[in-house]
Design a protein around this ligand. Structure first.
Ligand code: ADP
Length: 316
């Protein structure tokens, strides 16, 4: 089976349990939950039984261990997570405003992952994998970004494949070298996983189909547009599939896009039909929002089958 790799920040998240204006009103806080977009993504792949690994760096602390233990238990190869004595694992605090939007306090500027550099273990891991998943946020950090680019070139040169979730936020767009890195990643991308309007950042066009066609012309084979509570759409040359959203009660949207992407990739790498990959990914994204905690909503195949089975029974 083909093995997938991602490279990026592993952190813990502390989550407010009530809505409120300010952290003191949003008490009590719970956690620490294992988190970090690349970690959530790869955990979802591991839970679905796809061979996978992550390259990251954590401190020699409980925040690092909570991540390593979870990822290992879910089947992820953690040999590429370096433990750095005297450094700290990153953390983030999340609360919900009264209107449902999220406010974050990040503590990752000086995290151990910021000092991630190639090691013998990470190089060996990169050479053992056939697919790389790239997160836009990873490209904005200098050392990390460079490692991701080198891994991408190596895996593609060996005939491997690449997926790209831009996950671009306004505050990182001016990072030095980010635009050049993104342009190179787009040329190497086989599977593209943008969110809604993000698509148009990569192909300015009058409508979605024109934007998709422009990207397919540049060599992408599959484009899946995530639409939050509106479901998702898949595009390949001459093919469009739409997945209606699964009706769920949203508890915590953090991690939905990563669980969606991880589930899609799991089926895509296994050579599943596009319709099946989209169906399972749509269910994985929906189930993710029903669980409090970013990685807590990553699903097993049985959990996805149960959710889809429930939906079919309700529809009858
Ligand atoms: P991102 O965080 O990357 O923007 P989305 O929020 O679009 O990702 O979520 C990814 C996918 O998860 C969606 O395309 C959809 O399939 C599913 N999803 C997300 N939120 C909901 C929801 N509230 N109800 C049902 N499905 C959802």
């Amino acid at each position: 089976m083909r093995k997938a790799l991602t490279i990026g920040e592993v952190l813990v998240e502390i989550v407010a349990t009530t809505k409120g204006d300010g952290f003191l009103r949003a008490q009590p806080l719970i956690g620490p939950f294992p988190s970090g977009a690349p970690a959530i993504f790869i955990d979802q792949l591991g839970r679905l039984g796809t061979p996978c690994a992550i390259v990251s760096r954590v401190g020699d602390d409980d925040f690092g261990r909570v991540n390593i233990d979870r990822l290992r238990a879910d089947g992820v190869d953690v040999s590429g997570i370096e433990i750095a004595p005297g450094e700290s694992t990153g953390s983030a605090f999340v609360r919900y405003r009264d209107d449902g939007s999220r406010a974050f306090v990040y503590n990752i500027r000086h995290s151990a992952c910021g000092n991630l550099r190639p090691t013998a273990a990470s190089e060996a891991l990169i050479d053992s994998c056939d697919h790389l998943h790239v997160m836009g946020t990873a490209l904005s950090a200098p050392g990390l970004g460079q490692m991701v680019m080198e891994a991408a070139r190596r895996i593609k040169a060996r005939g491997g494949t690449l997926s790209f979730d831009p996950n671009l936020r306004a505050e990182i767009m001016d990072a030095p070298g980010l635009r050049e890195a993104i342009a190179e990643v787009v040329e190497m991308t086989d599977l593209f996983l943008p969110s809604g309007e993000e698509l148009f950042l990569f192909a300015p066009a009058g409508d979605e189909q024109a934007a998709v066609d422009a990207l397919l012309d540049r060599g992408m084979t599959t484009i899946v547009v995530k639409r939050g509570a509106q479901g998702a759409s898949l595009f390949e040359r001459g093919l469009r599939l739409d997945a209606a959203p699964i009706a769920v009660t949203e508890i915590d949207p953090t991690g939905a896009g990563d669980c969606f992407g991880g589930a899609f990739l799991s089926f895509w790498l296994a050579g599943a039909a596009p319709r099946q990959a989209l169906r399972y990914a749509n269910a994985a994204g929906a189930r993710a929002v029903t669980q409090l905690g970013p990685m807590e909503g990553a699903s097993t195949r049985e959990e996805l089958d149960a959710l889809m089975g429930d939906m079919e029974r309700i529809a009858q």
